[in-house]
Design a protein around this ligand. Structure first.
Ligand SMILES: NC(=O)c1ccc[n+]([C@@H]2O[C@H](COP(=O)([O-])OP(=O)(O)OC[C@H]3O[C@@H](n4cnc5c(N)ncnc54)[C@H](OP(=O)(O)O)[C@@H]3O)[C@@H](O)[C@H]2O)c1
Length: 352
């Protein structure tokens, strides 16, 4: 067998300017492969990469000097270690992981390329029974869901949780983790996703197209009320929080992926939400505590995510798989906001 040599250049989708992906990204077939690795970093041959909505939002919002462009796009990947650089990982080992935004800025590395230089602590060994395309999308949303449930909300076995946006990639992982813990789970999505969410074990389904979720829950409140409300859509509608007394138990936690002005409620909704959060309880403020998730590199939590994946309690759900050349079509799918699970790109066409 011919010896494998790491090439000097590679194909990579590089963000070169602010704007919509079709204008902002360029397929560079001479992007340098990072050969110099810092202590703790490894070089991965990327086999599949997955998308997160945060990426196209930031590409469209922030100028080059803030984003330290050009750099390779996206965060989630699965692949094979080609230089273990003295870490605990092995050359030839299959891994999956993610590249946080600050790491992407500083290192210029991203997931939409053939070779990425990544700190070893941001990846986990891929179990052999998990497909590469399934593993590729688990890093960022897995880290987010784990932090939301266990650090922000301190969810305990046997408690109950409602996931607004049960079919978002974050929601799908959160539901699987909560069910693994023996929790009762309610979730919302549009009606066509009920069967999928029931298949994940969802006990109560709310179709958000039939009326505001907070109204439907308040009209028919759960008994007992939920311990945790995970807002996994990013809605800026303050009523999810201000009405939560009807469906969240006293002392319960409202945890959110972050209200976004582009969603229902807009900037006015965010302003009203901030006012509600700041109003003390003795002045009629909301009883539930409000927590904002910010996903970041937390190695101990990431290892815990790996246990859920290895023991089959969390499975990667794939919405669609695109060829590496079709990254712009994949972005169109992500930007529709209708995917069920991850939108994935096969960098190595031979992987499952
Ligand atoms: N704070 C953080 O650290 C952090 C980390 C990760 C993600 N996020 C944010 O979390 C949100 C979810 O990200 P994601 O990647 O998981 O999203 P995603 O997978 O792209 O979400 C797509 C899903 O959202 C559902 N959806 C859309 N509007 C809905 C609504 N009003 N109610 C219920 N479901 C709705 C769609 O279901 P239907 O087709 O049925 O509408 C679709 O299945 C995004 O806003 C993202 O930016 C934040």
């Amino acid at each position: 067998m011919a010896a494998f040599t790491i090439p000097d250049t590679q194909k990579a989708w590089v963000i070169v300017r602010k704007g919509v992906p079709a204008r902002a990204l360029k397929l560079d077939d001479k992007y340098p492969v990072a050969k110099k690795l810092a202590k703790g970093e490894v070089l991965v041959r990327v086999q599949a990469a997955a998308f997160n909505p945060i990426s196209y939002k930031m590409i469209g919002l922030l100028p080059n000097f803030v984003m330290r462009r050009p750099h390779v796009a996206e965060h989630d990947f699965a692949g094979v270690i080609v230089d273990a650089n003295g870490t605990d990982l092995q050359k030839g080992q299959e891994v999956y992981g993610w590249i946080p935004i600050p790491t992407q800025f500083l290192s210029r590395q991203g997931a939409l390329c053939e070779y990425a230089r990544v700190p070893a602590q941001l990846m986990l060994p891929k179990p052999p029974n998990v497909k590469t395309t399934e593993a590729a999308g688990l890093g960022l949303v897995g880290a987010t869901a784990y932090h939301a449930l266990f650090q922000s909300a301190k969810l305990e076995p046997g408690q109950s949780i409602f996931v607004n946006g049960g079919s978002t990639a974050v929601g799908i992982v959160a539901i699987q983790m909560a069910k693994a813990l023996g929790c009762t789970v309610g979730a919302s999505a549009s009606g066509k996703k009920e069967e999928f969410l029931r298949g994940l074990g969802v006990d109560r389904f709310v179709d958000y197209t039939k009326g505001p979720v907070y109204e439907q829950l308040a009209k028919d409140p759960p008994t007992p009320k939920y311990h945790v409300f995970l807002e996994a859509v990013g809605t800026a509608d303050p009523l999810f929080y201000t009405c939560s007394g009807a469906y969240l138990a006293p002392g319960g936690t409202f945890v959110t992926v972050g209200p976004q002005p582009s969603t229902s409620g807009g900037y006015v909704g965010i302003a009203k939400l901030m006012l509600a959060i700041m109003t003390p309880r003795f002045l009629g403020g909301v009883k539930a505590s409000w927590k904002l998730i910010s996903v970041s590199n937390r190695p101990d939590e990431f290892q815990q995510l790996g246990k859920y994946v290895t023991n089959g309690k969390v499975k990667g759900v794939v919405d669609s798989v695109f060829a590496f050349e079709d990254v712009l079509k994949a972005y169109e799918r992500v930007m529709e906001g209708r995917s069920t699970g991850k939108v994935v790109v096969r960098v190595d066409p031979s992987v499952e």
